[in-house]
Design a protein around this ligand. Structure first.
Ligand code: AMP
Ligand code: MG
Length: 353
């Protein structure tokens, strides 16, 4: 049974509650990235290492991603511990990404997390991946109560804290923003050059685009839909009448305007004074400038998560594990199953007043 109620476990638990310099190791494995981060309980990030699965062709194959994660887990774990200068027996807590995400990928990280927690006799905390993207953004930028646009390869949502949870003010009804860019990039034959994500390749070409082509713009209430936009942009690509730079430019302008519109409406509704952009697509300068523009219009401060912590990473899981644990949350072993569709608004966040 877990947690093991032995003396060592109880001692570790008491120690972890007291010490600011206790360490949490966090494991992220929800999709294509396998990451391990180490955070002190005072918020210092000691290590943030990852290895990404890049498919030889097409999108993420869940079983291949899981195979990748199990092959690199040992290497990434050693790198993180070495960088942090922490020995395994100095860890006080293990956190892992429990969902949402791809089943085989999530299960691989959860298995590593369970093994470490059991072997070291320390508590285990399952963390919601979307909450973790918000919390690392808050930690690294200093924002307190933002309207957040979380845009990544698998998720696109606008959220803000209200009554104990991050509430969803708007979200994609179909594909995620990063996925839209990635699928278009693959259709255009773009490759991961020098380790750059496909979204970054689209961004580089978009910067050279001059003519805006009309594409579907679909905002329904507070939600948005990107699949029609992707289909139309891909059809125009195949027709070959519009150059790739103009198509990348037009795709970005339409997609980013949609998420910015929804974020602005959430800002107007909540009257919050901070906007946070997080997730892998946060790296995009054009998206940053659009959000900055609407934030200024509403006298709110715009913040973007630093690049190192934008894409999926273990540090965000470690830090959110600390927040949860310090507020009495642990995940018993028999409740540590992964939750593929674990929505952000189903998670209590007792660390926020
Ligand atoms: P994540 O799912 O958080 O790991 O983020 C990965 C997603 O971010 C992928 O869809 C990438 O193509 C996308 N991405 C990364 N850099 C950029 C960029 N500069 N512009 C647009 N999208 C990007
Ligand atoms: Mg990723």
């Amino acid at each position: 049974m877990y947690p093991p109620k032995n003396v060592e476990f109880m001692k570790n638990m008491q120690k972890a509650h007291k010490d600011d310099d206790s360490c949490c190791l966090g494991i992220e494995s929800s999709a294509d990235d396998f990451g391990i981060g180490i955070a002190r309980f005072n918020g210092e990030i000691l290590a943030n290492k990852y290895d990404s699965y890049i498919p030889s062709e097409g999108g993420i194959h869940p079983r291949e991603a899981a195979r990748h994660h199990s092959e690199v887990a040992d290497k990434v774990l050693r790198e993180a511990l070495n960088t942090a200068g922490v020995k395994p027996n100095e860890l006080s807590l293990i956190a892992f990404s429990q969902g949402p995400g791809l089943g085989p990928s999530l299960r691989t990280g959860a298995t590593v997390a369970r093994a470490l927690a059991s072997y070291l006799s320390i508590p285990l905390v399952g963390v919601n991946h979307s909450v973790a993207h918000i919390e690392i953004g808050k930690l690294k930028t200093g924002v307190v109560d933002p309207v957040t646009l979380y845009a990544s390869g698998g998720n696109t949502l606008v959220t803000a804290f209200e009554s104990g949870r991050y509430r969803v003010f708007g979200e994609t009804l179909d594909i995620a923003l990063g996925n839209c860019l990635d699928v278009f990039a693959r259709a255009a034959g773009l490759k991961h050059q020098k380790g750059l994500p496909l979204g970054a390749a689209v961004e580089l070409l978009a910067a050279k685009g001059k003519n805006l082509v009309s594409l579907p713009y679909v905002v329904k209430g507070m939600d948005l839909s990107l699949s029609g936009l992707l289909t139309s942009a891909t059809a125009q690509l195949n027709e070959g009448k519009v150059c790739l730079e103009d198509l990348c430019y037009s795709l970005q302008e339409h997609a980013f305007s949609m998420v910015t519109e929804v974020t602005e409406r959430a800002l107007a509704h909540t009257e919050k004074k901070e906007v946070l952009l997080t997730g892998g697509v946060a790296a995009n300068k054009r998206l940053q400038s659009m959000l900055n523009f609407i934030a200024q219009d509403h006298e709110a401060k715009f913040n973007v998560v630093p690049l190192e912590f934008a894409t999926d990473n273990g540090a965000m899981i470690a830090w959110t594990g600390v927040l949860a644990y310090q507020h009495g949350l642990v995940t018993p072993m028999d409740e540590s199953y992964v939750k593929l569709r674990w929505r952000v608004d189903k998670v209590d966040v007792p660390w926020i007043q």
